[in-house]
Write a protein that binds this ligand. Structure first.
Ligand code: PLP
Length: 172
């Protein structure tokens, strides 16, 4: 139902937003030796989950106009080790997503949308979580939509969804 509401093909429920990020990164085979670009202004889990999969979080500035990363703040941080960008739609404010996706595509990087604060937010009529390769939600009690604790991984890729489904159950 959450996937359908957001116009995305697949969603897998997990125990928290942090678990969603870890499961997504495991499914994308991000690990030791890899760098993941994350905003320097976010909840700690956007970066700490990168450490949990053994990769290195690389912090980049946010745009003072919307407190989200932008193509401009990210581009200088991309190296040959960069595997993914975690973008956060902070405080229900959407990133300027299209230039970021174009940058990710140009460098062959995954784009992970951290939507823990952006349930139902819209960008040009399209829902948060429907843009990147994979999106992560939290339903913790302080979030815009809550189940007390909870999380969700969402993706249009059947391949990523299958891996997420296998991993979310006991890490099989
Ligand atoms: C809350 C939050 C998380 C982590 O979610 P939990 O359900 O608390 O694990 C991750 N990223 C952002 C941006 C958050 O606000």
């Amino acid at each position: 139902a959450w996937a359908a509401y957001n116009g995305v093909a697949h969603a897998v429920a997990v125990s928290s937003g942090s678990s969603a990020l870890v499961t997504a990164m495991e499914a994308l085979e991000i690990g030791p030796g890899d760098e993941v670009i994350v905003p320097n202004w976010t909840w700690v889990a956007s970066a700490s989950t990168v450490l949990r999969v053994g990769a290195k979080p690389v912090l980049v500035d946010v745009d003072p106009g919307n407190f989200c990363i932008s193509a401009k703040t990210v581009s200088g941080a991309i190296t040959s080790r960069t595997k993914a960008i975690v973008g956060v739609h902070l405080h229900q404010t959407m990133m300027h997503i299209e230039p970021l996706l174009a940058l990710a595509r140009a460098h062959g990087l995954y784009f992970i949308e951290d939507c823990a604060q952006a349930h139902a937010a819209l960008y040009d009529g399209q829902r948060a979580g429907s843009f990147g390769d994979v999106a992560c939600f939290s339903f913790q009690q302080t979030k815009p939509l809550t189940s007390g604790e909870g999380g969700m991984v969402m993706t249009n890729s059947g391949d990523i969804a299958d891996k997420v489904f296998a991993l979310h159950a006991d890490g099989r």
